[in-house]
Ligand binder design. Sequence first.
Ligand SMILES: Nc1ncnc2c1ncn2[C@@H]1O[C@H](COP(=O)(O)OP(=O)(O)OP(=O)(O)O)[C@@H](O)[C@H]1O
Ligand SMILES: [Mg+2]
Length: 338
Amino acid sequence: MSTEHDIAVDIRDLQVTFTGGRQPVRAVNGVDLQVRRGEVLALLGESGSGKSVTLRSLLRLHSPKQTLMSGQIRVGGEDVMAMTPRELADHRGRVTSMIFQEPLLALDPVYSVGAQIVESIRRHEPSVTEQQAHQRALELFERVRIPSPERRLAAYPHEMSGGMRQRAMIALALACRPQVLLADEPTTALDATVQIQILLLLRELQRDLGLTVMFVTHDIGAAIEVADRIAVMYAGRLVEEGLTRELIRSPQHPYTRALLASRAHGALARGTRLATIAGNPPDLSALPPGCSFAPRCTLATEACLQRTPDAVRCSDTQVVSCLHSEHALARSESPRLG
Ligand SMILES: Nc1ncnc2c1ncn2[C@@H]1O[C@H](COP(=O)(O)OP(=O)(O)OP(=O)(O)O)[C@@H](O)[C@H]1O
Ligand SMILES: [Mg+2]
């Protein structure tokens, strides 16, 4: 049983609605998710399922004017939802860091990467000298396996190759020794061999630094190779979560099964729907009642269209939200007659 101390990320009933457009968009609809310290968790799901919105919520990166957020988010024991802007600025990078798909957007083009790391360290830790910060930057470049690190610290982002820039961004994200690293499709812009190297680097960083990692990918094969646990999202809800080996051996949700089956068709392309199931995800500004997946589900019955399924536990580590699993579990738990 995990204690509160073991939990690095604790999300309870997270709801995120964007109010900037004509209709409110309910991007995240009651997500509950706990990630243990030192765990590597992959978030999977079709385009638009709310993976990025969930990750960005952990740093409260949504524009406060056009976003309604509710629920609880605790990271490293700190209450992210209650933070003032100043507290948030201190929290970001120190407790949670995020790496993005496009490092050129995260890195400042007019400073060398080394200077950016030094600046970040000294902003969070004013007592660290310039020289000490430079030494830490050098160690970070070594840690993310950038060759000739001393020379490359002086390079500008545009002078690096795509894979190298990704490593430099990871080094910058680690500058203030965060506990949690969030990675939103850290590899999509790169070719396949670099992708797996970067994901394996995240795995290695978890091992060496005890980091907790949450990452989003469309490459289900890579997620299976790298993640301890997988959480599957559909239309802003978690439909299933479990240990990777458990989920591939016995996926319970029809959507998880379809997602895993799509692996045979190569990586799930960004911006496309799942080839293995007909239909499209629902419109998030007009969500139907009941299970959001029901209109596309071959198992759906009338009840699925009426009632949103509760999350039910199928093992210590696997949880699924599907009426059919609820019924199946209830049957297996009820005493046998006769
Ligand atoms: N700032 C915003 N304003 C309005 N709607 C938004 C905003 N950001 C995201 N959305 C909507 O919220 C939903 C979830 O978006 P999100 O970016 O989390 O999807 P995703 O699962 O990361 O998809 P992808 O795999 O394509 O990156 C989408 O319908 C998206 O259009
Ligand atoms: Mg996304």
